[in-house]
Design a protein around this ligand. Structure first.
Ligand SMILES: Cc1ncc(COP(=O)(O)O)c(C=O)c1O
Length: 383
């Protein structure tokens, strides 16, 4: 956020900013969604909906699980939320008692940590590195158990933010099995599904109806500001989550709910897959730029629109480096400290994995912006 603020200040003073830091598509919602939104404005009253969302959208999402993952999901187990962000809050509150341990990866999405802490849970960091492609392993969960720190829940993201890596189906299955055997609720953040550069995206609902899968219209579906997400939850959690959503948000945005049904249309998917092709080209440009400054990725991004790059040969502190890069070139990247905080020296984080050594580069923007941004970044390093 500090980098964004600095970037906004520079932009106000007339500087051109190349954003390689934003985690959102630079494209509008697919055409059928826009058309459906216009139609809903004409036809619908657009008041509050049921707290768990309109039935038609829940049924359409259930069909998506059948088509995409060959898995039958009951629409009654789907809740529609205000972005996936609202799903996480409601799930945490419904599933865990205050003070319980919830494990997440470091590096990991900062809002998980902040939300969990704000709600009074103990965050247990699972430090991941290139050896497991920045994803947690069963061995690490076993180690936590041995230390008497078995978590009540495990939160993982595949494709991951900030690293873009995807868990192999067998590894995800093994983690799901471990969670099942150890009374640990598995919450799988699947909001980047659909944006893959090869590997398959597996959903945890393929393994058991006791796992939670969280989805969103913000990333692949290019509907970030429409604030719409969903979760597939075990039957016993449906009612508590629904009640919490009703109290916290009343209901998710109604216009977005009606429009989002069309996000799964063939025409929408064709449009969205073109964006994924652009992300693939942007990714190629970022990887080439990183090669030129001798920063090969430790584990290349398989999906999402991020690369997590080690810049420790260029600086002591990537936050400082990102600020200097922005000031000198107008290129904004995100310091790794956002994802892998190491605020207390000696807190157990392997110094090799310290966020201070990394930056996250987003390639969600236009190919033009990513090309210019990377050219400027390479020139900055070489000058
Ligand atoms: C890993 C991850 N999870 C969840 C979110 C929240 O997204 P939204 O609330 O827009 O669905 C983000 C946003 O960037 C994210 O990167």
């Amino acid at each position: 956020m500090e980098i964004l603020k600095q970037g906004n200040e520079l932009a106000q003073n007339g500087r051109e900013i190349y954003s390689l830091c934003l985690g959102q598509p630079s494209t509008p919602a697919p055409t059928p969604v826009l058309e459906a939104a216009h139609q809903a404005l004409e036809d619908e009253q657009l008041g509050y909906t049921d707290s768990n969302g309109i039935r038609a959208l829940r049924e359409r999402i259930a069909k998506h699980y059948q088509d995409e993952y060959d898995t039958s999901v009951n629409p009654d187990n789907i809740v529609i939320t205000t972005g996936s962000s609202a799903a996480f809050t409601a799930i945490f509150l419904a599933a865990f008692e205050a003070g319980e341990r919830v494990a997440m990866t470091r590096p990991g999405y900062a809002a998980y940590r902040n939300t969990l802490k704000a709600l009074g849970y103990e965050v247990v960091d699972i430090d991941t590195g290139p050896d497991t492609r920045w994803q947690p392993s069963v061995e690490q969960l076993e180690e936590l158990k041995k230390q008497g720190k078995s978590p009540a829940g495990l939160l993982l993201a595949s494709p991951s933010n900030p690293t873009g890596t995807i868990l192999e189906p067998e590894m995800l299955k093994a983690i799901a099995k471990w969670c099942d055997e150890n009374e640990c609720l598995l919450i799988s953040d699947e909001i980047y599904h659909g944006i893959s550069f090869g590997p398959e995206c597996t959903s945890v609902v393929q393994f058991s109806d006791q796992n939670i899968a969280v989805g969103s219209f913000s990333k692949y579906y290019s509907m970030t500001g429409w604030r719409l997400g969903w979760a597939v939850v075990p039957t016993e959690l449906v009612r508590p989550v629904e009640l919490l959503l009703g109290n916290l948000n009343l209901s998710a945005p109604t216009l977005s709910q009606f429009a989002a049904i069309a996000a799964f249309d063939t025409e929408s998917v064709a449009e969205l897959d073109e964006h994924v092709k652009r992300y693939a080209e942007n990714r190629r440009i970022v990887l080439e730029g990183l090669r030129l400054i001798s920063t090969p990725l430790l584990a290349p991004a398989d999906g999402a629109f991020y690369c997590y790059a080690d810049v420790s040969h260029l600086c002591e502190d990537s936050a400082q480096w990102a600020a200097e890069l922005l000031e000198a070139t107008g290129v904004a990247v995100t310091p790794g400290i956002d994802f892998a905080p190491n605020s207390k020296p000696g807190d157990g984080l392997d110094p090799v994995l310290d966020g201070k050594k990394f930056v996250r580069i987003s390639f969600a923007g236009s190919t033009e912006e990513v090309t210019t941004g990377m050219d400027l970044l390479v020139d900055f390093v070489r000058s």
